[in-house]
Design a protein around this ligand. Structure first.
Ligand SMILES: CC(C)(COP(=O)(O)OP(=O)(O)OC[C@H]1O[C@@H](n2cnc3c(N)ncnc32)[C@H](O)[C@@H]1OP(=O)(O)O)[C@@H](O)C(=O)NCCC(=O)NCCS
Length: 100
């Protein structure tokens, strides 16, 4: 029997004491630009702040304009840069922080 069920998107985060970190976020290509990314970020921020996070961090490729716009909309600000952090291709990571 065929199934059309697919994962449309996911987000992974951790927290410790009063800090949280978004480790991964992705929406399937065919499901993008429909607001799912906004929803996933909103939900994970609610979960992290609900668990006591007061500062939330993440890293994003410098060239990843869609993700950087998404995070900026939710209040994340650039606080650092990790030189040549990513591989294939090599690229700097921008460190973002949100004060919740
Ligand atoms: C980044 C990503 C999660 C966005 O998911 P999405 O479901 O398309 O996002 P939404 O439809 O909720 O859009 C959220 C915002 O992201 C930005 N955005 C999304 N796609 C964009 C694009 N192609 N170009 C520019 N901005 C874009 C916009 O600011 C948008 O807000 P707006 O529609 O109000 O202008 C998705 O593009 C993705 O999975 N990318 C690959 C994985 C990735 O880069 N993850 C982040 C790692 S840190």
């Amino acid at each position: 029997m065929e199934s059309v069920e697919q994962v449309a998107g996911y987000v992974v985060a951790i927290d410790a004491a009063d800090e949280g970190e978004i480790l991964n976020l992705a929406v399937a290509p065919q499901s993008r630009r429909h607001g799912l990314g906004h929803t996933l970020v909103r939900r994970v921020l609610e979960a992290l702040t609900g668990r006591g996070a007061r500062a939330i961090y993440l890293e994003v490729r410098e060239s990843n304009a869609p993700a950087r716009r998404l995070y900026a909309t939710h209040g994340f600000r650039e606080v650092g840069r990790r030189q040549q952090y990513y591989r294939r291709p090599v690229e700097d990571a921008i460190v973002l922080r949100l004060d919740a």
